[in-house]
Structure formats: C-alpha cells, structure tokens
Design a protein around this ligand. Structure first.
Ligand code: NAD
Ligand code: TYD
Length: 346
C-alpha cells in the first residue's frame, strides 16, 4: 500500500477526491486530516472503503498534531484544507490568514521532516484576480498574482510559501489552480448549492449586483482527476491551471437551476453587490491538457443535472446544515440585503 496524506478531506472537494482515489487507485491508503470546521462534515465520507482510509481530526496549524499524523512512508501531501468562502473572508479575514497561510507552512515543514515525496497545493484561479468584462483574455500560468479578496490574498500567500519551500529547501511541490467547482456535497454558502437549497424551499435567490459576473465552472470530479494527474505526472515546481472552458454569467446559472427545478424566475432577487466583486474568471487549461493528458469528462448539462438530483435526494443533508449555525450566517449576510431589494427580475 502507498500512503498519501489528504488535508480537508471532509470538505466538498477533499471528500470527492478521497472517493475518487479510493475507487480508482486500489494500492492507495489515505490518511485524511481535517479539523471539521463548519464546512467539514463526516457525512461527506459516508459509504467509503474504511479499510484504506484513516480519519484524524486535527488542525493544520497544530505542528505537533500534524507531525504525528503524517505517516513516515508518505508519497504525497494533498492540501485541500482551507477557509474557502470569499464572503466570509470579507466579514473577517483572520481565520483565512491563519489556516490558509500558516497551516500551509506547517504542512510544508512536516513534508520536509517526514521526507514526503511530493507536496500538492490545491490553489484557485482567484489568486490571479479578475479579467475585464467581455475580453478574450484568459488566466494562464504566467498571469500575475493579483488577488482582490482576503480569501484570494490568503491563497496567493499560500502559493508563495509553497514556492519558497521549493526554492529554499528543494521540496518537490506542484500547485493546481482551478476555477469554480460544483457538484454533490458543496456547502450551501456557495452559489449553486445555495440557490438550489433556496429554490427547493421557495425562498428568494439573492443575486449580487447585476448578475453578470462570469465564473468558469467545472464539475468537482474533473478537478479531482486533474489534481491526481498533477501528482502523478506534473513537473516539480510547476503550476497547472485547471478549467473546463465553461464560462457562465451568474444570472444564467441561476435561471438554469430554476428551470431544472421547475421553479419561477420571480424567486430571483437582485441584491447589493459583494465588496470588491471580481468580474470575470476564465481559465486557459492548455498546459494541464498537454502536459498531464487531462481533459474534463463531465459536460455542464450532465454535471448540473446530477448535482441537482443529489441535492433533491439528500435534503436531509442540506437541512441538517441549514438548521445549525448556518442560519446566523445567512441572516448576517442576506437579511438586510433582501429587505433592501425591491427588484425581482426574470
Ligand atoms: P470547503 O470549505 O468545503 O472544505 C474545507 C475543508 O477544510 C473542511 O472540511 C474543513 O473542515 C477543513 N479545514 C478548514 N480549516 C482547517 C484547518 N485549520 N485544519 C484542518 N482542516 C481544516 O472547501 P472546498 O470548496 O472543498 O475547497 C477545498 C480546497 O480547494 C480549498 O483549498 C480551496 O481554496 C480550493 N479550491 C476551491 C474551489 C471551489 O470552487 N470550491 C476552487 C478552486 C480551489
Ligand atoms: P461563490 O460560489 O461564492 O464563488 P466565488 O466567489 O469563489 O466565485 O460565488 C460565485 C458567484 O456567484 C460570484 O460571482 C458571487 C455570486 N453569488 C451571488 O450572486 N449570490 C450569492 O448568494 C452567492 C453566494 C454568490
């Protein structure tokens, strides 16, 4: 058995990665390390092959705990653990800087101390800032890092500490930068699951600004396959952009969800915009395609249909989350905005 150490494996993308690796790589044993913050959920791991998966509850900033948890014969650390929501980083940045930067440094130090073969940092296209509306520009691996939100700034800083570990200590590192993921088990603070959950409950759908911000959407399993290939085939020290060439305006995404759920467009409410709202993300994934042999396998239509089916069939999962601290967050983020919103536009 080859061992890998996955952080954040109880979150949305981390748990999809755990599932994909256990299903597709029979020789891999996973040590899954997660602090189980509000976004971590052991229900995300239900039904997996427990014989090749050890779960350890722990904080990536806790040096001693991390050193104890990383196995001595470890092929790779995959760092998914992060504070991941832009809106929360606008409310308060502290936890983003702690987990996303300090936590990454602690993991890099552990990788060196335990002679881990490769360190895979799961980064985001958001480190590259925003592209102009309607331009034909794309993010490439050479695009400058110009983060605009505290979340993006913390992820860009994480990339810098990864780079420094490579340049200073010769650690074998690879960074992936992916666009917006969607799929089952995404925490309903992010656009797609929030809109699905609200629509299923006949609640208003809060669209920020004019709804014309563009995101480049990718099905979560396609992202996870790219991360695995970056580990197996990526060149040390390289960055790989990951995207499915699937740019969509937010309002079009929301309308598609309402149509699929047979709910009226009158549920859409335009609300006050997000501060510093990035206008457009668009990824050129040529390098990952050419060097890793990666290609997305899931079309937007199929991915969206299976995502909606999952949320329909797992309403208990959604309601469990929505009944907890989430309510406070939702009220803080949306109550005033929705009260102020007069406009319902289809
Ligand atoms: P998520 O918020 O769903 O999950 C994050 C996980 O990390 C949770 O299980 C949480 O418990 C864990 N965690 C948080 N702080 C921790 C800490 N201090 N120690 C240990 N565990 C901790 O996030 P996600 O959407 O699954 O994103 C996973 C990674 O992918 C993040 O690094 C994110 O920046 C990156 N990413 C996300 C997207 C996206 O669209 N969601 C796109 C590109 C990159
Ligand atoms: P989000 O899912 O938070 O991802 P990110 O900010 O990392 O791209 O948001 C996706 C887009 O949807 C973004 O342009 C903000 C917008 N949005 C809304 O319009 N309303 C909402 O309630 C949320 C959560 C997001």
């Amino acid at each position: 058995m080859r061992k890998i150490f996955v952080t954040g494996g109880a979150g949305f993308i981390g748990s999809a990665f755990v599932r994909l690796v256990l299903a597709g790589q029979p020789e891999i044993h996973i040590v899954d390390y997660d602090a189980l913050t509000y976004a971590g959920n052991l229900e995300n791991l239900s039904g997996i092959d427990e014989s090749r998966h050890d779960f350890i509850k722990g904080d990536i900033c806790d040096r001693e705990s991390v050193l104890n948890a990383v196995p001595s014969d470890c092929d790779a650390i995959f760092n998914f653990a992060a504070e991941s929501h832009v809106d929360r980083s606008i409310l308060s940045a502290d936890e983003f800087l702690r987990t996303n930067i300090i936590g990454t440094q602690v993991l890099l130090d552990a990788a060196r101390a335990k002679n881990v073969r490769r360190f895979v940092q799961v980064s985001t296209d958001e480190v590259m800032g925003s592209l102009p509306d309607g331009s034909d520009e794309f993010f490439t691996e050479d695009s400058p890092l110009q983060p605009n939100s505290p979340y993006a700034a913390s992820k860009a800083s994480a990339e810098f500490v990864v780079r420094a570990a490579r340049e200073t200590h010769g650690l074998d590192t690879v960074i992936t930068r992916c666009g917006n993921n969607y799929g089952p088990r995404q925490f309903p603070e992010k656009l797609i699951p929030l809109m699905i959950a609200n629509a299923m409950n006949d609640e208003p759908l809060p669209v920020y600004g004019d709804g014309k911000n563009v995101r480049d959407w990718i099905y979560v399993d396609d992202h996870c396959r790219a991360i695995w290939l970056a580990f197996e085939k990526g060149k040390a020290g390289e960055v790989y952009n990951v995207g499915a060439r699937n740019e969509r305006e937010n309002i079009d995404v929301v309308r598609s969800l309402l149509d699929a759920l047979a709910k009226p467009h009158s549920l859409i409410k335009y609300v006050e915009d997000r501060l510093g709202h990035d206008r457009r993300y668009a990824i050129d994934p040529s390098k990952a395609e050419n060097e890793l042999g990666w290609k997305p396998q899931v079309t937007w239509e199929n991915g969206l249909a299976s995502t909606i089916s999952w949320y329909r069939e797992n309403q208990a999962w959604v309601e469990h989350i929505r009944s907890g601290d989430y309510r406070d967050y939702y009220d803080k983020m949306y109550a005033a905005r929705l009260n102020a919103s007069g406009s319902t536009q289809a």
